[in-house]
Design a protein around this ligand. Structure first.
Ligand code: ADP
Length: 492
């Protein structure tokens, strides 16, 4: 600790010599400055932050009371002792009222004087320490304001005393809504969740790890990784929003489950057919042989479709997909697709596939391969999700600035609440509702992303049990110059 610094102010030169000696005799580690006038004292006080000031009350020009007032302005925290004349009680009272720390009457009782001075220095040091800690706390608090983790303090009475901006951002609960409130009252599920949060008394490495828990905040489920550190007057909780990471984990789980199922089914069919063909203990007729080979060919194709869907979705996600958009005749493309799908579903004689094009040629700006893939997917779904058969209709009709290609079926339909979710990656409607029709849940995700990249949009309207209509809307384009005979439908 530094030496205590004391300033003695007195116009009585004899006292100004005697007092320091008395102090130095009784106190250690003190540095004493002296001033014969209040004016000189004020100059020193402005320069040095003394631990205590002792001043005579009666001095010419500026007396002790006036000096006390000035000290109050320049160094309001410095304790000041006033020396009063014998019997000058009134002055002593005025000094105390004026903010003096204590007064010492002449003739000076040295023991009392030293004791009072020591107390004054002790108090000043305590004040300084409190101020230092307050500043440190303020600094820490301002650090907390800027951390990415949510931080809040719940005191022993269960009342929230601190709530940083990250806590507000994650939960949507503003400081004014929670500060001073009981955590039980304002934090959802707090009563149930609080006892399950790991609390340590030592922050940092080695302390118990955080727990990831679900909270329902304003109707949405939020997963927070949370832990607490106990202090004397409460617990400081820190949390991090892991909702996205968790959703990603769930997606990964779904991916593995769906893909392994989608791979296992065709693999089992291929394996079974190949095993049958390999048997030499039974006669296999030519018909059956052909059917088994067909299963192998079809299921291998299905496997390769699953693999290429996964790769394509991955390329879309990583932004590595390049599209070559140029004017193309969508009516002709739709016709091609309908032809191709008719032969694909040749065995589904319960399904009819119809093309209705209101204009002979309708040019759009699109990537031909990708648009073909989108239409194949939509027609494939329309047939797949019409297990009882029915009519599937592909309709091409230009609007003012866009072209609509719609694929309608009279199949299972999609429940209202699922109609937006089916475009999500790996999302599949409950297999119970889709009568166990298989798939990866990637098709519509890929379709929507591809159409978006061609500046178009893909929408659905559907009624459960009655069928669905998927609509691709693409910007119209002029017919390419290379085909001078093709009619120009409209400029996009
Ligand atoms: P997949 O068909 O591989 O499951 P999709 O992304 O193509 O994946 O479709 C997502 C879900 O949307 C399907 O699981 C199905 O439940 C529903 N769906 C798509 N097209 C239709 C349709 N034409 N009729 C009824 N349901 C459909």
């Amino acid at each position: 600790m530094n030496d205590a610094r004391i300033l003695l102010v007195d116009d009585d030169v004899a006292l100004l010599e005697a007092l320091p000696q008395a102090i130095l005799l009784r106190m250690e580690r003190v540095q004493i400055d002296t001033s014969e006038t209040a004016t000189d004292a004020l100059e020193r006080i402005t320069e040095v932050d003394y631990d205590a000031i002792v001043t005579d009350i009666k001095m010419p020009v500026m007396d002790g009371l006036a000096l006390l007032e000035e000290i109050g302005k320049v160094r309001p925290g410095t304790p000041t002792l006033l020396i009063t004349g014998h019997g000058e009680h009134d002055l002593a009272v005025r000094a105390l009222r004026g903010g003096a720390y204590d007064f010492v009457a002449k003739p000076i009782d040295r023991d009392y004087f030293i004791a009072s001075l020591e107390r004054a220095i002790g108090m000043r040091r305590l004040d300084r320490e409190v101020e230092r800690q307050r500043l440190a706390l303020e600094r820490h608090a301002s650090v907390l304001e800027h951390v990415d983790d949510g931080v809040f303090l719940v005191d022993d009475a269960g009342v929230i005393q601190h709530w940083n901006p990250a806590a507000a951002a994650v939960t949507g609960l503003t400081p004014s809504a929670v500060l001073g409130q009981r955590a039980d009252d304002v934090l959802p599920d707090w009563r149930a969740v609080c006892p399950t949060i790991p609390i340590t008394s030592v922050p940092g490495p080695g302390s118990t790890g955080a727990r990831t828990l679900p909270f329902v905040i304003e109707g949405r489920e939020v997963w927070l990784s949370i832990s607490g550190v106990a202090f004397e007057d409460g617990v400081v909780y820190a949390f991090r929003n892991l909702t996205e990471e968790r959703a990603l984990d769930e997606l990964k789980g779904e991916f593995v489950a769906t893909v392994s199922h989608e791979l296992r089914t065709p693999l089992a069919a291929i394996y079974g057919s190949a095993q049958t063909l390999l048997r030499d203990d039974i006669e296999i007729g030519e018909d059956k042989r052909q059917r088994l080979l067909q299963v192998i060919a079809q299921e291998s194709e299905r496997l390769s479709r699953v693999a290429s869907d996964i790769l394509l979705a991955n390329r879309i996600d990583s932004g590595r997909l390049q599209l070559e958009t140029r004017p193309l005749d969508a009516a002709r493309l739709a016709e091609d697709v309908v032809e191709q799908m008719r032969s694909c579903f040749a065995e589904r004689d319960d399904v009819t596939l119809e093309l209705i094009a209101t204009e002979p040629a309708s040019f759009v700006a699109a990537d031909e391969d990708k648009l073909r893939q989108v239409l194949i997917n939509l027609v494939d779904n329309a047939v797949k999700y019409s297990p009882d058969g029915g009519a599937v209709e592909v309709r091409v009709e230009p609007n003012l600035t866009s072209l609509r290609v719609s694929v309608s079926d009279g199949g299972l339909g999609i429940p209202h609440g699922e109609q937006q979710r089916i475009f999500g990656k790996f999302y599949r409607v409950d297999p119970q509702l889709s009568r166990g029709v298989g798939g990866t849940g990637l098709g519509l995700y890929i379709c929507r992303e591809l159409v978006r990249r061609m500046d178009g949009r893909l929408t659905v309207s559907s009624k459960e049990g009655e069928g669905s209509t998927f609509v691709v809307e693409l910007p119209l384009a002029a017919a390419p110059a290379a085909e001078p005979d093709a009619p120009v439908v409209q400029h996009a």
